[in-house]
Ligand binder design. Sequence first.
Ligand SMILES: Cc1cc2nc3c(=O)[nH]c(=O)nc-3n(C[C@H](O)[C@H](O)[C@H](O)COP(=O)(O)OP(=O)(O)OC[C@H]3O[C@@H](n4cnc5c(N)ncnc54)[C@H](O)[C@@H]3O)c2cc1C
Ligand code: SF4
Length: 665
Amino acid sequence: MLRRGLLRPAKWSRNRRIQTSVPRLADTFDPVTAERAEDEVDVCIVGGGPAGLSAAIRLKQLEKETGKEIRVVVLEKGSEVGAHIVSGAVIEPRALDELLPKWQTMEGHPLTRPATSSHMRFLTKNLSLPFPHPPQMNNDGNYILSLSQFTRWLANIAENEYGVEIYPGFAGSQLLLSPTADAHDPWGNKVRSVQGVITNEVGLARNFTMKSSFEPGMAFRAKVTLLGEGAHGSLSKQAISMYQLRKEAQPQTYGIGLKEVWRVDPENYQPGLVNHFLGWPLAYDVYGGGFEYHMDDGLVTLGIVIGLDYKNPYLNPYRELQRLKHHPHFRKLLSGKSERLSYAARVLNEGGLQSVPRLHFPGGALIGCSAGFVNVAKIKGTHNAMKTGMLAAESAFTTVHPTESSQASEAAADLSSYETAYKKSWVHEDLHEVRNLRPSFNTKLGIWGGIMYSGVDSLFLKGSVPWNFRHSSTHITEESTSSLDAAETNPASWHQPIDYPAFEPPLSTDLMTSVALTGTNHAEDQPIHLRVVKTLEYMNQLDQIRAHNEKANPAIGAGSKAVETCSKDGDSGKVEEEKRVRSDHVRKNVGEYAGLLGRACPAGVYEYVDQEGAEMGNGEGWQGKKLVINSQNCIHCKLCDVKVPSQDITWTVPEGGGGPKYTNT
Ligand SMILES: Cc1cc2nc3c(=O)[nH]c(=O)nc-3n(C[C@H](O)[C@H](O)[C@H](O)COP(=O)(O)OP(=O)(O)OC[C@H]3O[C@@H](n4cnc5c(N)ncnc54)[C@H](O)[C@@H]3O)c2cc1C
Ligand code: SF4
């Protein structure tokens, strides 16, 4: 795999256009007028997860089958493929069976531990009671593995057997738009098409001036751009908003999954065992539960998934996971010579079928969890992510190499055939059957009503009813890009703080001890990638991008102006505006929601600290409190962007290669 700063393969320079003017150091960087190196590819895939890698392999298989050459590039923001992958994971191999039918005979494949028994248990504080599990949770034929290791294996195959170009350490930070409106969005509006992706600049200082290590981001100009960024991707969010892809779908909803990997005492190891847990420690009105999967090599992955529509701002997902391990069941499992190896967290889509947006836009498409194909009843999304990647690849291939019956076109790539194929595929069936289960927990009948409805639907009705439940009665329109989960949060005054038990190391530890296990690192002096910006402003800025691009260098379009509110030196209007936004943020989040992010972020990035002395009057705080963002700790889970009640945090990509370094999550 290519690493940033190393020699590029011959192919790299084939179409690369390097412009000659060198930026003066300490200048402020302007992303719109910047001169960049360019590379031309047929298909640019953002994200080296199961969806992106499956799409890449399928494209190259079609090249082999037809003899028609296609250049495929995968950009991955992690320092290597798998470094940012977090999953359970018990996976259904049906998409893999289709993609690589001979995988069982392939060297080093990681599907070595079949799931041999699956159980559901209901926990009270001290008891673990058997509970009937829905048929969807049957794991016959499935495998327990580390998805991080699975993607590494898939990346090797993509690269070494099929010639996919994979560039880890390259974060897609902007969509490259056509200079003029050359296409129509799904609703008939004249829009600019996506013509590729611009990667993040490297070597910018916190105040946006250029350090000696500065390298502008590269433009990957592509006939087709596939966004496979996983749940709540930052470019996907822009595309969904720009092309109104959610116009006919319900808002997406999310859960936060936190997990640990333990090497357990051999006495407690039951290879192939899958346990799911309902009940304690979560309050009765919180959707979620625990999991425990016995992988290969004496390793057990355990964790908790919590619906982000939780109401009580005092809830602390990290403390819930630590408390879960205090249950007698987990105390026993983790006793003796057991040792914790890893900690990780990531949001996952829970919206299901009702929340799947339009999948294609002029020039590209959303694949995998960028669109949101997790089957919540199964707690599985990998099979659907892979299959949608494959379906999009087939559509992309025909766009790049039109058949005699499909006309070659100069216009932006149209991947509507992918949308049609998805609707006819087993992915759609998989989601259709369970579409009412998760939203049934949001009816007036509450959690117990949801459990009862889900039992009847999953056992007998199997989704064959004429109705579709909505995710919430909260007044958020389908077109809105605001988060439904954020809107579900209650003011702190409606709740009591939660009294979490003290940590009992090594069974349960403080947050920073866990974060240290993620290997997270970001270059210290870089612009803060967690931008405090009002959502409405963010949306207005997206509109401005389009206008701005009319005037800007037509070769290299849009992007980071949309998410850039950090002030630059000497821009006093912006400094004042930024202070006002931060002050509003603190007033809303501390004043009404007891500083929710200080608890909810699973890496301790946000702190509402006391302002001191001269700082008191500088206008960026509220009633003696100010917001501190320890962005170097961010593990890229995306919770803050989804859950912050004020909807004024936008997660953007930091320098490529930064973030966690997961190996077995
Ligand atoms: C706690 C938890 C438990 C789960 N358990 C299971 C399970 O047991 N079984 C199952 O099947 N599914 C499970 N899932 C869901 C499953 O992990 C996802 O459905 C699957 O990973 C989606 O694959 P993807 O390729 O769409 O996205 P991801 O796996 O999220 O991969 C996206 C990749 O894109 C990269 N990326 C993102 N943005 C950019 C950018 N702008 N530029 C460059 N790179 C970028 C990321 O670094 C990442 O490598 C679980 C999820 C979680 C969080
Ligand atoms: S800052 Fe946001 S994305 Fe980063 S770890 Fe915290 S909640 Fe997750």
